[in-house]
Design a protein around this ligand. Structure first.
Ligand code: CAA
Length: 261
């Protein structure tokens, strides 16, 4: 059985980190396979949403694999972090929305993996944290960078410097998780995926691009990009259908919406 599984449920890709005995720890093998799976998702134009989850229910991902990292020298560590950052950035850059379905531990590289997803759903037993300093290292897959952008410097430093874990409620209040959901986090993620699919696919990908490409940039450049993408929507059939459907008081029939398979 592969260490990363890709299942297609119609236009929804479910990517599962599959090392439950090691709490889905990210070994170099997992990162290579995850990179391949992300490339497959990227190439498959029939996909509309990607869900990322962990096997076994106890953990989303409990971090990079400590047993594998223990023997790293400087060069091996640099390569591992480089590969991890490359894979996470590629996933973050997918044109389709990504949802992290977090049940149990999302620690270190696992928290970083979730932070590279667009929407993070936290089950009641979710535990997030960046415990790297307790191992004598610092986060290497973006934990000192994406976390700050998501939750602000004060909250990110609180987590990164103490290594403490936070539960679902605190994760939502900090902005690490988008929402707290019920025990069956995958079912909740599939429901969110359906909600996204019932909207216009082009609009969804433009909205993601507008937010993501300019999250770090200045407001002026971001507003310019937003208005260009807004205008571009008017070249799509989706805009005609979406607005006509509203005015005709009927549901919009967008390609790939759940009721149309
Ligand atoms: N790497 C390798 N193996 C891991 C692991 C990890 N990150 N996390 C858990 N495991 C393994 C354990 O070694 C154990 O294996 P054995 O059964 O063979 O002994 C198995 O998974 C179950 O774990 P525990 O027995 O420890 O389970 P627990 O319920 O007592 O504790 C836990 C759960 C609190 C998550 C604990 O496992 C833990 O603290 N894990 C490490 C978390 C961590 O420090 N993550 C950061 C890694 S560094 C990093 O990620 C760097 C980066 O940014 C890239």
């Amino acid at each position: 059985m592969s260490v990363v599984l890709l299942e297609r449920r119609g236009p929804v890709a479910i990517v599962t980190i599959n090392r439950p005995k090691a709490l889905n720890a990210l070994s170099p093998e997992v990162m290579v396979r995850l990179g391949e799976v992300i490339a497959e998702v990227e190439a498959d134009r029939s996909l509309r949403v990607m869900i990322l989850t962990g096997a076994g229910g106890k953990a989303f991902v409990a971090g990079a694999d400590i047993a594998e990292m223990r023997g790293f020298d400087i060069l091996a560590a640099e390569r591992f972090a480089e590969e991890g950052q490359r894979v996470l950035s590629r996933m973050e850059g997918l044109s389709i929305p990504t949802i992290a379905a977090v049940s149990g531990f999302a620690l270190g590289g696992g928290c970083e993996l979730a932070m590279a997803c667009d929407i993070v759903l936290a089950g009641p037993r979710a535990r997030f944290g960046q415990p790297e300093v307790k191992l004598g290292v610092i986060p290497g897959f973006g934990g000192t960078q994406r976390l700050v952008r998501r939750v602000g410097q004060a909250r990110a430093l609180d987590l990164v410097l103490t290594g403490r874990m936070v539960g679902a409620d605190e994760a939502v209040s900090m902005g690490i998780a988008s929402r707290k959901v019920g025990e069956d986090v995958l079912a909740e993620a599939l429901a969110v995926a359906d909600e996204i699919r019932s909207a216009g696919g082009v609009a969804v990908s433009f909205a993601k691009r507008a937010v993501q490409d300019h999250a770090d940039g200045d407001l002026k450049a971001g507003l310019a990009a937003e208005r260009h993408l807004f205008a571009l929507c008017f070249a799509s059939e989706e805009q005609a259908e979406g607005m006509s459907a509203f005015l005709e008081k009927r549901p919009a029939a967008f390609a790939g919406a759940p009721d149309q398979g």
